[in-house]
Design a protein. Structure first.
Length: 172
């Protein structure tokens, strides 16, 4: 296809479905990463708790710098877990709370739930899918961007927190 040449509506719709499928897979991957991060961060928090009891290494940490490093690290590790949870919390860009203003919004379950089967069948037969599909793709992209940012922040906080906990344990 040369520059300036346009796709037919049918070709554009087919391409949009392919992009939609990729967005769906990327969202699934982001959720899996967040779940993995949460599992690792929960395990690290459990390990810190286990090593903080009487007679344990973290239970004997003393001194301003080691205690500050330990508590700051623990706070970062807890924040990391919260960020991982926020990454997997369902979000709908607030457009799924009410019936859509667009009669052709039949891709998002938050909109579909407001239709009767007859209304949905009518909408599917009378409306071209491309406008609804592109609106859904934009909404999904915004959600995916947020998820990826939260997962990244979670992992960075977890690494920083674990490093600070190690500093506290080794210097205290």
């Amino acid at each position: 296809m040369s520059e300036g040449e346009r796709l037919t509506r049918e070709e554009a719709t087919k391409h949009a479905w392919q992009v939609h499928a990729a967005l769906t897979e990327w969202t699934r991957t982001a959720d899996a990463k967040a779940s993995f991060a949460l599992a690792m961060e929960s395990a690290a928090l459990a390990a810190v708790v286990a090593m903080s009891g009487p007679g344990q290494r973290l239970g004997r940490v003393s001194g301003a710098l080691p205690e500050t490093a330990l508590w700051t690290g623990l706070t970062l590790l807890a924040l990391a877990a919260v960020l991982a949870v926020l990454a997997v919390v369902p979000r709908h860009d607030h457009d799924g709370r009410a019936r859509s203003a667009h009669a052709d919004d039949f891709l998002f379950y938050g909109h579909i739930r407001h239709h009767t089967p007859a209304e949905l069948a009518d909408s599917l037969s009378r409306h071209e899918p491309l406008p609804a599909l592109t609106r859904q793709m934009v909404a999904m992209s915004r959600i995916l961007w947020t998820k990826q940012r939260l997962v990244r922040q979670s992992l960075l906080c977890a690494v920083g927190g674990c490093l600070l906990i190690a500093v506290g344990a080794l210097t205290g």
